[in-house]
Design a protein around this ligand. Structure first.
Ligand SMILES: *[C@@H]1O[C@H](CO)[C@@H](O)[C@H](O)[C@H]1NC(C)=O
Ligand SMILES: *[C@@H]1O[C@H](CO)[C@@H](O)[C@H](O)[C@H]1NC(C)=O
Ligand SMILES: *[C@@H]1O[C@H](CO)[C@@H](O)[C@H](O)[C@H]1NC(C)=O
Ligand SMILES: *[C@@H]1O[C@H](CO)[C@@H](O)[C@H](O)[C@H]1NC(C)=O
Ligand SMILES: *[C@@H]1O[C@H](CO)[C@@H](O)[C@H](O)[C@H]1NC(C)=O
Ligand SMILES: *[C@@H]1O[C@H](CO)[C@@H](O)[C@H](O)[C@H]1NC(C)=O
Length: 536
């Protein structure tokens, strides 16, 4: 074969150049080496006989390079210590030869014209550095490729492997390739398996993964737990309003919640202020509008506990005619009571309002009714809660529901007699005209004294009824009855004072009557003596 004759001939030259192995100077020598004159024709003949030689397909043919290739090829062939080397040059075996392997890898021309007989390339265990030796992949016919135990780095050129359809064994283990997610997903990786990539760097290293997991577990997890504890503690102690409703300790507010509700106690939210108390309007996280009374005075520990106890009781109160106490807040600097936000209008303002029509009888009865209901509730459930029934402290909702807004907890039950008396004063305040009340100018006690002293002349009393109500005959009758009831209430001597149940029934009756009777008849009637008869 012409190939054989050519390469045999080249052997001789090469042996002369470099007797035993391809030594360091070969590179230099190869540079200066030129093909003999008949080389062109030998190659051309080769190609005619066997066109599958890779060099036959190169154009233009670089005979210098082909010449160098044949030298390297024959040398490698001889290296394989195979007596029939040329016919069966199957393997490029450069295993465990660090000095020479890198040299061969640098012969780009050799790989470009890679002999088709080579089926296996092994350059393992050579501490080779640099990028993946991509030139090697010119030998597309190979079955085995072993680059293991080297220090190759960078990416594995996955795409460049696709022409190597007969490659069945690949070993890239023990290298320093870059980690590649693409590799783990690729078809290429499925063709081989992880044993081809042991410690190659290219796979997401499981040991490192494991260490990472351990580190996360040992360091990250405790940190996470600590952070969560801190977060939960913050939630519980600072912003419990962010907790699920079920976990919230209702009624205890933290300074942080109040601060958030009032935009950091901004002056815009400050609605009232004195030396010891600041009153803020605020909005809770759930949208509830609240009034926050903050007390800045210093109090003893005992008073402090009393404050909490009192707040606990007050926040238990639940009646539509009581301003709802939502909770309290205690901090080192202040204590606060949080109540629902109410309109500013109180009964007194309502009665005396000049801008709107004077409240009619039916509305007044409704207010009295609400107050009595609330009193009954308190008497029954919370006898220790004392409350204030001045017309200026009882607030009014939009729906004309009275709201008792001032109350406190005593360490004993309140006196029913006194409560009924307070109600009597309130009732008279609602029924009587301004002029009528002025007769009894002064404090409540004075009012009561005067009221008791008054000679209950029906004419005179009727004149005291707020004439702006423009009462019908029936309503006037009811008003008189109510007036006499009010007078009975302020009789603290006890003999004539009606019970709360009696008052409640009477007012309920009057209330029902106003519901039945629209105040159609506005004619005022005069001198009706019957109400006195009712009283006795
Ligand atoms: C043979 O190679 C030499 C130098 O490489 C070149 O000058 C010459 O033209 C070539 N002959 C043929 C037939 O290609
Ligand atoms: C080629 O190998 C033979 C033995 O197989 C040896 O005698 C000869 O010196 C080798 N030639 C080269 C160039 O290495
Ligand atoms: C790699 O080569 C070294 C010497 O360079 C040798 O000691 C070692 O056994 C070789 N390892 C393998 C797996 O062949
Ligand atoms: C793979 O082997 C087959 C059969 O030996 C051959 O026909 C084919 O050309 C080979 N593929 C490559 C890329 O060399
Ligand atoms: C990898 O594939 C080879 C055959 O190609 C098989 O013998 C070996 O068990 C496989 N290893 C793993 C870890 O799957
Ligand atoms: C690749 O080489 C390494 C080191 O010699 C070896 O442990 C591994 O089993 C080899 N992988 C395959 C697929 O032969």
């Amino acid at each position: 074969m012409a190939t054989i004759s050519a390469t045999c001939y080249l052997f001789i030259i090469l042996s002369w150049l470099c007797p035993t192995t391809l030594c360091g100077t070969v590179l230099e020598d190869l540079k200066n080496l030129h093909p003999p004159p008949e080389f062109n024709s030998t190659i051309m003949t080769n190609c005619l006989n066997n066109p599958s030689h890779r060099y036959c397909n190169s154009s233009p043919m670089n005979f210098d390079e082909i010449f160098k290739y044949t030298i390297v090829a024959s040398h490698l062939c001889n290296e394989s210590k195979n007596p029939n080397c040329i016919e069966s040059f199957h393997k490029v075996d450069l295993r465990n030869r660090p000095n020479i392997a890198s040299l061969y890898l640098s012969f780009e021309f050799f790989w470009r014209f890679c002999p088709l007989t080579i089926l296996s390339i092994d350059v393992s265990n050579n501490s080779l550095k640099g990028n993946f030796p991509i030139d090697v992949l010119h030998c597309t016919q190979i079955h085995d490729l072993d680059l293991s135990i080297n220090e190759f780095s960078g990416d594995i050129p996955i795409q460049s492997f696709s022409p190597l359809t007969n490659l069945t064994f690949l070993n890239l283990s023990y290298n320093c390739f870059s980690e590649s997610e693409e590799l783990s997903d690729s078809q290429f990786f499925k063709r081989f398996n992880s044993s081809s990539f042991l410690h190659s760097g290219a796979l997401l290293d499981h040991r490192r993964f494991f260490t990472l997991k351990v580190v996360i577990l040992l360091v990250g997890f405790p940190i996470l737990v600590i952070l969560m504890v801190i977060f939960l503690a913050w939630l519980c102690f600072q912003r419990p309003d962010f907790l699920p409703r079920k976990l919230q300790r209702r009624r205890t507010f933290t300074p942080a919640i109040l601060s958030a509700a009032t935009s950091g106690f901004s002056s815009r939210n400050l609605v009232g202020k004195s030396n010891v108390v600041h009153i803020y309007k605020g909005v809770l996280r759930d949208g509830t509008q609240v009034k926050i009374e903050m007390y800045w005075d210093e109090i003893s520990r005992e008073s402090y506990l009393n404050f909490v106890e009192e707040c606990k009781v007050l926040s238990e109160l639940d009646h539509k005619n009581l301003v709802r106490v939502l909770g309290w807040c205690k901090s080192r600097k202040f204590r606060a009571v949080i109540t629902e936000w109410t309109r500013e209008e109180n009964v007194e303002m309502w009665l005396l309002s000049e801008s709107s029509a004077p409240p009619p009888w039916s509305h007044r009865v409704k207010v009295l009714m609400g107050v009595v209901e609330c009193m009954r509730y308190l008497q029954k459930e919370w006898p220790q809660v004392d409350y204030d029934l001045n017309t200026n402290s009882v607030l009014l909702t939009q729906d004309l529901e009275p709201l008792i807004s001032r109350f406190k907890v005593l360490d004993h039950s309140t006196s029913t007699t006194r409560n009924i008396c307070k109600f009597g004063v309130f009732m008279l305040g609602v029924i009587l005209s301004r002029k009528g009340q002025e007769k009894f100018e002064g404090d409540a006690d004075g009012f009561i004294k005067n009221m008791r002293r008054v000679d209950l002349d029906p004419e005179e009393l009727q004149e005291m009824i707020d004439e702006r109500m423009e009462l019908s005959e029936t309503s006037l009758h009811q008003a008189k009855q109510a007036l006499s009831l009010g007078l009975m209430c302020i009789d603290q001597s006890g003999s004539e004072q009606p019970s709360l149940a009696f008052i409640s029934n009477s007012i309920a009756r009057a209330y029902k009557a106003t519901l039945v009777l629209p105040s159609a008849n506005h004619t005022r009637s005069h001198a009706d003596n019957r109400f006195r008869g009712h009283k006795t």
